[in-house]
Structure formats: structure tokens, C-alpha cells
Design a protein around this ligand. Structure first.
Ligand SMILES: [Zn+2]
Length: 495
């Protein structure tokens, strides 16, 4: 009896504990109400709906182009001429990058930027079907949805431009055509050449598998290649005459793997060997490898990088070789902006998540089945807006550079089935279908509506800029690039 009483009390206590856990609110949650549907916003949303046939066509054209970093000649031109026709003044080939451009409309303050990306990924060619089937084996494909990215950014700016013209609204809009995001290059060179200077704020988004506005940061990064030079010899006949360049790489990698333990746990080092010699019976006199050094902020990456350089120096001494460092690119960590995020999130709530049809959901589920994932389809919900659980991220992006030059907002709109990997054939398949068009429409509407709020509310811009200044903690933007480093020149392909 007594035991039963104790048991009963325990059950009651457990139930009470369960209830309080279920009722517990996420302390990181930021409550945001849907934005108001003003008459101007109503017009903007209707403009996007009416423009969808043309926007979908542009999306599909860039999807078919599928040009990789710095080769985006046709894709950049498609967006630049779209902006030209819409009444923007377009400057092509900015910052020494033939496939970068800036389209400007209007005059005076505020100056609002939109980031457009359009590079594809190598080797991901894929038809719009739910299992792996390349259009052309080994060819590039839009595995990160940058075709949707570029068109939605340009479209939202044009939508706002139409309203500014019709209603005599003051301000300047700038659409930045940013090449080579996948190689973390484009915006770094654009930032160094001052292309992003003078902005009041910048609106940015990325297609994904969720509808959300994130306040997470991203890792800072240095990426470089190292080339080792040795002396060749017969590997069996007279190896003592040889000095192996591959030994230089291998000793570097062994050294780095020991170094990891004595770096902060936030540091990430990864590498691939691009050239390790030709044959085992020839001592390689040349070898080349590519390294990423990441950490939670720029200062940490610079410290880690110094130590990595010392390991390389040591490896050269041990192997009796010489070496040359080829710095490729570097980025900062992203500075999130909560004040700007609240505006974008309130407009995401206003516009709503993309409404995918049964057919589109069936396509998404077929992909998930093919990949052995739970067939949850495409998300229909909007993720809660909250402070990040950690203030640093795992990936790196050149959007970070812009976030150091002006307050920059974030937005993600769904186009891939839940849980599917990024940079994958399944994302290429989705970004060429009506799923992408729905994602595009929602992203364009949310960004256009947010831009209208920013134009109408100088106090919000002030709040964003105050927050941005505080986050910088007195640090001013300094390009991670060596002063003499020029962008890679990739000539236009014939045909
Ligand atoms: Zn991307």
C-alpha cells in the first residue's frame, strides 16, 4: 500500500515534470508579428505574381547555362540585361571580374543593396527527374540553387523600383551581380575594390530546405594552395639523389594533423592533394595541395594560419624541398543583424511559405525515397525566429565580407526536400522545376516587401546600423587578400 502510494507520487511528479518541460518556451525565441500588408506591398506582391512567367523563364535559362565560378558569362549577362531593360543603369565587369556587375536605380538615401549569385557547381549535371540522371556526364549543375538566388534578388529590386517610380519614393537600389560564390572569391574581390561602399544596408537570401531567417554566423576562412619542388630520381636505382615534393605535402599533412590538438576546438583544417607525382618508381619533383583553414573569427584564422605556415616551412626542411604558397581567398565570419532580421522575418510571415502542390510533394518524396531518407516532402512551415544556439557557424561564405561593410539581412526559402544534402544532384533537379519557381516567387515577395519597409522606416535602418557598429566592436573591415593578389582570369568559352 505504502509502496503504491510512493509509486503514485512518483508518477505524479514525473507527469508534472513532463508538463513543465512541454510548456517550457525556448528562451532563444524572438517573438515577431507578421508585417502589415500596406497598399504598396500589395502592389509589389501583385507585380511579382504578374512577372512570374518571365522570372521562371530566366530561372530556367540560368539553370540550363550552369556555368561554374568565374565562367558565368551568359548567366551574368542574362541578369544584367534583365536589369538594363527594367531601367537600371548597369556597370559590367566591376572589380576586375568580367562576370560581376552592379545595377543601380534611383538617387539619394537610403542606399539599399541586393546580392545576386549565379554560379553552378562542377560535375553535378542533372535532369529534372527524381533519381540521378545527368544531362551531360561530368558537366556542371545548379546544386546550390544560385539560379533561383540571382533571379529572385534582381526581381525583388525591380519590383521595388517600379513602385518607387510610380509613387515618387526617394532612395537608391543597387543589385550586385556576384560571381564565384562557390569558390568563396567574388564578393571578396568586390569588397576590396570598394564596390559595396556607401550602402545603408544589404538584403541577402539563399534557397534551402527551410523557410527561415537566421542570425547564425559563419566561419572565417583562409584557403590556399602550396606547391612543393624537389628533385627527381629513380625510386629504386638512386633515390638518395631525389628529394620528394610529395614528402613535403605528406609531412605538412602529418604536421597539421598533430597541430589540430593544439588549436582551439573551433579550428577546422581540411585539404586535398591535387598533384602527388606521376608514378611510384619516379621520385616526384613536383606536388601540389589545397588547404582550408577555418575558425570562428578572422583573428583566430589569422593566428591558425601563421602556425600552418610554420608547419609547411618545417616540412620543406625535413624533405629537403622548397615550396611556394598560392593564397586563393579568405573571408571573415558573418555579422548577423537582428533588427534587420526581424523586418525580413515579419515579411516572411506575411507572404507565407511556398504552397507546393501534391505533384511537387510527390516529386520531393520520390527523391527522399531514392536517397533512403524519410519521405517528409518539402516543408510547409516557417521556422521560428530565434537567437542562434551558437554564435559561430560551420560553413564559410563571401557574404560575410558584405556583412562587415554594411548591415546585411538573411532569408532562406525552401526548394529542396527536407533533409536532402546540399551541393547534390537532387538540388539541381529541384532548381529546374516549378518547385524553384514557387521558391523564387516567395523570396522575391519577401525581399521586396522588406525593402519597402526599410525605405519607409529610417528609424529601423538606424537601429540596424547601431547594432552593426556594436557587433564590429571597433574593428574596421580589412581585406583578407594580399594586396597584390588579382582575381583569376577565366576567359569566355567559345560557342
Ligand atoms: Zn550557395
Amino acid at each position: 500500500m505504502r509502496r503504491n502510494l510512493i509509486f503514485g507520487a512518483l508518477i505524479l511528479l514525473a507527469a508534472a515534470g513532463f508538463l513543465s518541460a512541454a510548456e517550457e518556451v525556448n528562451p532563444l525565441l524572438i517573438p515577431v508579428k507578421p508585417a502589415k500588408l500596406t497598399p504598396l506591398k500589395k502592389e509589389a506582391l501583385a507585380w511579382v505574381d504578374a512577372a512570374m512567367p518571365e522570372l521562371a523563364r530566366l530561372n530556367d535559362e540560368i539553370w540550363r547555362n550552369a556555368e561554374i565560378a568565374l565562367e558565368e558569362y551568359r548567366s551574368a549577362e542574362a541578369l544584367a540585361s534583365y536589369l538594363d531593360k527594367a531601367g537600371f543603369k548597369v556597370e559590367r565587369g566591376v572589380a576586375g571580374l568580367p562576370t560581376a556587375f552592379v545595377g543601380t536605380y534611383g538617387s539619394g538615401q537610403p542606399v539599399i543593396g541586393f546580392l545576386a549569385e549565379y554560379d553552378a557547381l562542377p560535375g553535378l549535371s542533372q535532369e529534372t527527374v527524381s533519381s540521378k540522371k545527368p544531362v551531360r556526364e561530368g558537366a556542371p549543375g545548379h546544386g546550390c540553387g544560385h539560379n533561383i538566388f540571382g533571379v529572385a534578388s534582381a526581381a525583388s529590386a525591380v519590383a521595388v523600383k517600379e513602385l518607387m517610380a510610380a509613387h515618387h519614393i526617394a532612395g537608391t537600389l543597387k543589385v550586385f551581380g556576384c560571381p564565384a560564390e562557390e569558390t568563396v572569391e567574388g564578393k571578396v574581390f568586390m569588397a576590396r575594390s570598394g564596390v559595396f561602399d556607401g550602402l545603408s544596408l544589404c538584403i541577402q537570401w539563399h534557397p534551402g530546405d527551410e523557410n527561415a531567417v537566421s542570425l547564425e554566423s559563419s566561419n572565417a576562412l583562409n584557403q590556399f594552395e602550396v606547391e612543393f619542388f624537389g628533385r627527381t630520381a629513380h625510386s629504386a636505382g638512386d633515390p638518395w639523389h631525389g628529394r620528394s615534393a610529395l614528402d613535403g605535402i605528406e609531412l605538412t599533412d602529418v604536421g597539421l594533423n598533430f597541430l589540430r590538438e593544439h588549436l582551439q576546438p573551433t579550428a577546422r583544417i581540411h585539404y586535398v592533394i591535387l598533384d602527388g607525382g606521376g608514378a611510384p618508381n619516379v621520385v616526384p619533383d613536383h606536388a601540389r595541395a589545397w588547404y582550408y583553414v577555418r575558425d570562428l573569427d578572422r583573428e583566430s584564422v589569422e593566428k591558425d594560419y601563421e602556425r600552418v605556415l610554420e608547419v609547411i616551412e618545417g616540412a620543406a626542411k625535413m624533405s629537403g624541398t622548397t615550396y611556394k604558397i598560392h593564397f586563393k581567398s579568405g573571408v571573415h565570419e558573418t555579422l548577423a543583424n537582428r533588427a534587420g532580421g526581424e523586418v525580413v522575418y515579419s515579411n516572411l510571415l506575411l507572404v507565407g511559405a511556398p504552397a507546393f502542390s501534391n505533384e511537387e510533394q510527390a516529386f520531393a518524396k520520390a527523391i527522399q525515397k531514392d536517397l533512403g531518407l524519410e519521405d517528409k516532402g518539402l516543408t510547409a512551415k516557417i521556422e521560428p525566429f530565434s537567437l542562434p544556439e551558437k554564435s559561430w557557424g560551420s560553413g564559410s561564405t563571401d557574404v560575410a565580407e558584405v556583412s562587415w561593410l554594411t548591415p546585411t539581412t538573411d532569408l532562406s526559402v525552401a526548394f529542396t526536400p527536407l533533409g536532402t544534402p546540399g551541393h547534390h544532384w537532387s538540388a539541381v533537379a529541384c532548381s529546374g522545376t516549378s518547385i524553384a519557381h514557387k521558391c523564387l516567387a516567395v523570396a522575391s515577395k519577401v525581399m521586396a516587401a522588406s525593402c519597402l519597409d526599410f525605405l519607409a522606416q529610417p528609424d529601423v535602418i538606424k537601429k540596424m546600423r547601431d547594432e552593426w557598429t556594436a557587433r564590429k566592436k571597433g574593428r574596421e573591415y580589412k581585406s583578407p587578400l594580399p594586396a597584390d593578389l588579382q582575381p583569376r582570369a577565366v576567359p569566355r568559352k567559345e560557342g
